[in-house]
Design a protein. Structure first.
Length: 58
């Protein structure tokens, strides 16, 4: 399979495995409420729904 010139590919981010200590740190930061959920997501470089899921588990 050859690619034509000008064709772009979308690179996907590999799935990341987070340590339980990191998950607890992020979830506790969300519970404290010092930063908005979107700000936490930007700060920790992750999706807000992941933080919400960890928050509910905590």
């Amino acid at each position: 399979m050859s690619r034509e010139s000008g064709e772009t590919t979308i690179s996907r981010r590999a799935r990341r495995q987070h340590a339980p200590a990191f998950q607890a740190k992020v979830a506790s930061a969300a519970i404290k409420g010092e930063m908005a959920l979107a700000q936490l997501a930007d700060h920790f470089d992750m999706h807000p729904s992941q933080i919400t899921q960890w928050k509910s588990q905590l």
